[in-house]
Design a binder for this molecule. Structure first.
Ligand SMILES: NC(=O)c1ccc[n+]([C@@H]2O[C@H](COP(=O)([O-])OP(=O)(O)OC[C@H]3O[C@@H](n4cnc5c(N)ncnc54)[C@H](OP(=O)(O)O)[C@@H]3O)[C@@H](O)[C@H]2O)c1
Length: 241
C-alpha cells in the first residue's frame, strides 16, 4: 500500500455478506479499514436495533472474513466508549459508554475481537477535515450555528473535546498499514487524539475569528442538559485518550 488512494469503499449489508465477500475477494487486500457506522447519537437513540445491525452485525461479519482471509482489520472506534470520569484513558481502561452510540461502538469492538482477536481497534475523538457539507462534523457544524446572527448562540463551555484532523488520522492508518506490510506485528487497542483540548464555545470563538464573523455567541458554563441523567442522550464531559 503506497498511498491513501489505494483505499477503496464497499457497501456493507449483513445478509449473506460473509460468504459473498469471501467469494468475491479473489485478490484480498493487505488491510481493511472498517469505518462504516451510524455515529449520529440522536439517530442511534431513536433506532438502536437498526444501528446494531450496522455498527455491530456488519462489523462481526467483516471481522470474520478478514480473519479467514488473513487481512489485517483496523476497526475505527471512539472515545465515547468511556464515561469521561477518569481521563486520560489508556487502551487497557475499562469502557463504560454513557449513550447508545458509545455502547454500539463498544459492542462493535467486542464483536471485532471475538471474531478476530489480532485485529486493531483504533479509538478516535471528535474528527474534522475537508467537507462538502457543514453538518459532516460537529466541529464544522459550529460555523452553521454561528453564521445565524439573528440570536445569541448559547454554546457549551463545559464538555471538553479533542478535535482531531482526519489527515492526521489517515497518516496514522497509513503507518499502521505500512508496518503490517513490512511484516511487523500490528495488533490490539490503540488510542489517538490531538493534544489540544477545546469546548464547543472555544471552538466557536476560533471559527468566528478565522471567518471574521460578529461574536454573537455566549458561553454556557453550567453542566449542559446533555450531561444530565434524564436527558435523551448523555455525553461524557471529557474522554481524553
Ligand atoms: N466523526 C467523528 O467525530 C468520529 C469520532 C470518533 C470515531 N468516529 C468513527 O469513525 C467512523 C467514521 O465516522 P464518520 O464521522 O466518517 O461518519 P460518517 O461521516 O457518518 O460516515 C459514515 C460512513 O459509513 C458509511 N456507511 C453507513 N452505512 C453503510 C452501509 N450500510 N454500507 C456501507 N457504508 C455505510 C457511510 O457511507 P455513505 O456516505 O455512502 O452513506 C459513510 O461513509 C465511524 O466508525 C465512527 O464511529 C467518528
Amino acid at each position: 500500500m503506497d498511498a491513501p488512494s489505494d483505499l477503496c469503499y464497499a457497501p456493507v449489508h449483513t445478509a449473506g455478506l460473509g460468504a459473498k465477500l469471501c467469494a468475491e475477494l479473489t485478490e484480498p487486500p493487505d488491510v481493511v479499514i472498517h469505518a462504516a457506522a451510524e455515529r449520529r447519537t440522536d439517530v442511534v437513540e431513536r433506532d438502536p436495533q437498526t444501528v446494531q445491525k450496522l455498527n455491530v452485525g456488519a462489523t462481526a461479519v467483516i471481522a470474520s472474513v478478514c480473519e479467514k482471509l488473513g487481512i489485517l482489520l483496523i476497526y475505527i472506534s471512539t472515545n465515547y466508549v468511556f464515561d469521561g470520569t477518569k481521563p486520560p484513558y489508556k487502551p487497557s481502561d475499562a469502557p463504560n459508554p454513557l449513550n447508545k452510540y458509545g455502547q454500539s461502538k463498544r459492542d462493535g469492538e467486542i464483536a471485532t475481537l471475538e471474531h478476530y482477536p489480532r485485529a486493531v481497534i483504533l479509538r478516535l475523538p471528535l474528527l474534522y477535515g475537508s467537507i462538502e457539507r457543514l453538518n459532516e462534523s460537529a466541529a464544522t457544524y459550529l460555523l452553521h450555528q454561528i453564521q445565524d446572527t439573528s440570536k445569541v448562540q448559547d454554546l457549551c463551555d463545559y464538555q471538553q473535546r479533542r478535535p482531531t484532523h482526519v489527515r492526521d488520522v489517515a497518516s496514522v492508518l497509513l503507518q499502521l498499514a505500512q508496518r503490517h506490510c513490512k511484516g511487523e506485528r500490528v495488533s490490539g487497542i490503540l488510542h489517538w487524539n490531538t493534544s489540544e483540548q477545546l469546548t464547543r464555545y472555544q471552538m466557536a470563538l476560533i471559527i468566528t475569528d478565522v471567518f471574521n464573523l460578529p461574536r454573537i455567541i455566549s458561553s454556557q458554563t453550567r453542566i449542559p442538559l446533555l450531561l444530565a441523567r434524564h436527558a435523551p442522550t448523555m455525553h461524557p464531559w471529557t474522554s481524553q485518550l
